[in-house]
Design a protein around this ligand. Sequence first.
Ligand SMILES: Cc1cc2nc3c(=O)[nH]c(=O)nc-3n(C[C@H](O)[C@H](O)[C@H](O)COP(=O)(O)O)c2cc1C
Length: 240
Amino acid sequence: MSKEKKPLSRGKKIGIGVAAALVTAAVVGIGVFYCTFFPNPLAKRIAPVDISAGEMSVTGESNVLIAYFSIANNRAYPDGEVDAVASASLAIREGKGYGHAELYALAAQEATGGDLFPIKTAEPYPETYGGAFDRHRSEMGTSHRPELTEHLDSVEGYDTVILIYPNWLSGLPQPVLSFLEEYDFSGKTILPIATSQALGLGSGPEQIAAACPGAEVVDGLSARSEDGVKEFLKRAGLVI
Ligand SMILES: Cc1cc2nc3c(=O)[nH]c(=O)nc-3n(C[C@H](O)[C@H](O)[C@H](O)COP(=O)(O)O)c2cc1C
């Protein structure tokens, strides 16, 4: 004689549903925490010596300036490290590591023929995401302007500035403000381009406008690829 299966009671069904939701939330939460604070174990690995230091390239022949900040050019890598480094802030092209903002700046240079200016700090940021995050939060809190190591003689010859920054806590990294406040950008057109995990341009354009009185800050781009950057610059009429 077969025993008939009893249907689950409503209470049991709700209990199972709640337990499944809690397990899913815990798995997602642990995943987000891990991805935020720890390097991706599946990411490609690269030696610090193969990470771009960020080269300035100023010919004086273009009226377009491409300025960018990438943490990859501004990080302290442990002394004498021979092991490899992997990081969410690092894209690898032909065996060399670049910050995303730097890759977009190089794409902009290729498309426009503009001068290239890396924003670099005297005091490098900590290597870990958590360390960089803490330092940024403290610099924001004190409105600190980090000292820069690279400087332009003048920005007079430029009509257009393409400014490429990573979204940090929904705004600009403080070294970008150090750069903007060092020169007179009045009368110039500034095109903001942001790279981000998710939040796009954030309040970067407003911060740029506040730091550059008299400049025109046009609608920017939340960049996802080098081709996207080139397309944006084409629409802006800057591609040669
Ligand atoms: C200190 C810090 C704060 C960040 N804050 C945000 C944020 O608020 N929103 C976001 O979408 N991404 C955030 N990110 C992720 C960066 O935007 C992302 O790593 C960056 O765009 C990569 O560009 P890069 O390789 O040139 O550094 C943050 C990264 C760091 C290091």
